[in-house]
Write a protein that binds this ligand. Sequence first.
Ligand code: SAM
Length: 334
Amino acid sequence: MRYIGSKNRILNFIDDTITGTYGDYSNATVADLFAGTACVGEMFKKKGARVISNDYMYFSYALQISKIKRNNVPRDYERILNELNSLEGIEGFIFREYTLSGEGERNYFWEENAKKIDAICLYLEEALNNGIISRDEFYYYKASLIDAVTRVSNTSGTYGSFLKIDDDRKYKKIHLEKLPAFSNGKENECYCEDITSVIQHVHGEILYLDPPYNNRQYPPYYHILETVTLYDNPNIYGKTGRRHYEEKLSPLCMKDKAVSSMVNIVRRADFEHIYISYSTDGIMPYEELCEKLEEIGEIQVFFKPYRRYKANSNGNIEEDNGKLKEIIIYVKKR
Ligand SMILES: C[S@@+](CC[C@H](N)C(=O)[O-])C[C@H]1O[C@@H](n2cnc3c(N)ncnc32)[C@H](O)[C@@H]1O
């Protein structure tokens, strides 16, 4: 899934940095508390670590349940998936608000797919209420649905707006795929909380933090995935039909609050080894952040060169190593 700030392409950099400083972490408890797509936590799990993960977005929670918490697929998985894939569509909230034929006249989905999403959401809600599926299984299916929705959305990747001209993706029939479960044989934990609350009750050896880099708040960019997960008929507004998100304004996306907020998180964390992913062009000057973090522990900064290619004066393409982008700040707490 395309996601703002996803670390999918730099998993090796994260793994190498932790292994090079902490050592083998396969027996450690490792927390990933800005989990997003949960790809980093999934890597920790595949290494054998017990994983704790968190993000304040519910669609992320669904992905975390399928990738991190569950060590096996839901009971009767194939049969229920087949049933979901063969449901008749229903004209519900997604159809009404996010198709051109609905009241909202928003071009996010093909009508056939929107009706199918509505039917799947209603089926899962009923199956949960009737005890046919557990709460974790409910989120596991929602993770399949999120995965499917991202493959048929008429957007350029985020849900901040829809495309005016239809992309081919829009007319692909939505289909829920089987998501594999990986077992590390451990009791992993997942949360959907604000960082300031989760940091007070989780403990372990290694904490990985991947906060937002810029002033773009996540909720408006992923509002439809949130609504598909919660299916809570929210009050929405504007041309793109956003959910309200006033209670989810992250200080980490605000230039004047980000550094103190991050320092507070690190100060309160009950973990000795803390790794913070950041960017050299993020809204917090990383040098200022490091300076403040030095009051809490020993700091090391690791840089991943941003691989850029440019033409030299002879017209040949060569690698430009001048720009640095991704960094990891390692804090060993005193
Ligand atoms: C840079 S992204 C993480 C990307 C993730 N590592 C990945 O590879 O997919 C930052 C995440 O922080 C979450 N977030 C922002 N503010 C938060 C807060 N106050 N509490 C919890 N999560 C927050 C966002 O929802 C977003 O998923």
